[in-house]
Design a protein around this ligand. Structure first.
Ligand code: HEC
Length: 138
């Protein structure tokens, strides 16, 4: 997916430069594929794909399954609560709003450890992508 975004970016670049050869810039873009891919993320599908990838690579999936409660609530239960209350998953992940799905202190502590541990290192875009992916599980 990152590759295809990069290729799209390169194609767009070629069009933008009207055939002019700017080897330096092309080289730069190829050398920093991750940054280039991030800049190119714009559509809902891109967010969805990034969110899906992060949900696995950032281990969310070990505690959150679509339908069943594993360690944390199922994604569907989380969506249900957030839809009902018009809540904001990104705000929760940023530590700005309290837990509303499972308020048992022991459970909250488990998720809080993730928020304080590695979730705080994710960019706003990555958090938004995670929320888009979670929302897509119906
Ligand atoms: C070690 C297990 C574990 C991991 C890993 C984990 N979670 Fe959780 N998560 C929990 C538990 C337990 C809860 C229930 C407590 C709560 O609701 O805050 C929870 C709750 C949540 C909630 C609902 C919060 C609310 O309002 O109650 C969201 C959203 C969430 N997790 C997202 C994520 C995302 C995104 C990731 C990956 C970046 C992740 N979790 C990784 C265990 C985990």
């Amino acid at each position: 997916m990152k590759k295809s975004v990069l290729i799209l970016g390169l194609v767009a670049f070629f069009f933008a430069s009207c055939g002019e050869t700017k080897k330096e810039e092309i080289k730069k873009e190829v050398e920093t594929p991750v940054e280039a891919a991030k800049e190119e993320i714009k559509t809902t599908d891109d967010y969805l794909a990034l969110g899906k990838e992060l949900f696995t690579s950032k281990t969310c999936v070990t505690c959150h399954q679509p339908d069943v409660k594993v360690i944390g609530p199922s994604i569907k239960d989380i969506n249900k609560k957030y839809t009902e209350t018009n809540g904001n998953i990104v705000a929760f992940l940023k530590g700005e709003t309290p837990a509303i799905v499972d308020t048992d202190p022991g459970q909250v502590a488990i998720m809080k450890a993730n928020l304080d541990g590695f979730v705080k290192n994710l960019t706003s875009e990555e958090l938004a992508a995670l929320a888009v992916y979670m929302n897509s599980i119906k």
